[in-house]
Write a protein that binds this ligand. Structure first.
Ligand SMILES: [Zn+2]
Length: 110
């Protein structure tokens, strides 16, 4: 299951953020687990979970970002900059900072 979270800027703009396991594991295990995370990410990609998440973002009218491409997100409206790796790091120390949702292919098949 792909991990998706939302990010909302103080100005109201919203993003749907895909957090690849390779990044998450790198943060959690301080560099270890990246290979395992990579394999899991590839599996999700093949199952179409990332494409589904992207479609979900379009339906909600929010932008989709894959933070393995760039972990820095800058708001187009107000210029505020978010460093997603710092936010993930905070979430590891103080769980609940990020509101993760899982993309399950099955739930869209019904
Ligand atoms: Zn903003």
């Amino acid at each position: 299951m792909a991990l998706i979270t939302t990010l909302q800027c103080s100005c109201g703009r919203e993003w749907l953020i895909y957090v690849p396991k390779k990044l998450l594991y790198k943060e959690i295990f301080r560099g270890g687990g990246v290979e395992l995370g990579k394999l899991m990410d590839e599996q999700k990609e093949r199952r179409g979970e990332i494409a589904l998440a992207q479609e979900g973002a379009e339906l909600r009218g929010v932008k989709f970002r894959d933070i393995s491409i760039s972990e820095i997100i800058q708001c187009d409206d107000c210029g505020r900059v978010f460093d997603m790796l710092r936010i993930i790091d905070l979430d590891i120390k103080y769980p609940g900072v990020l509101d993760y949702q899982e993309v399950k292919v099955a739930q869209y098949e019904a």
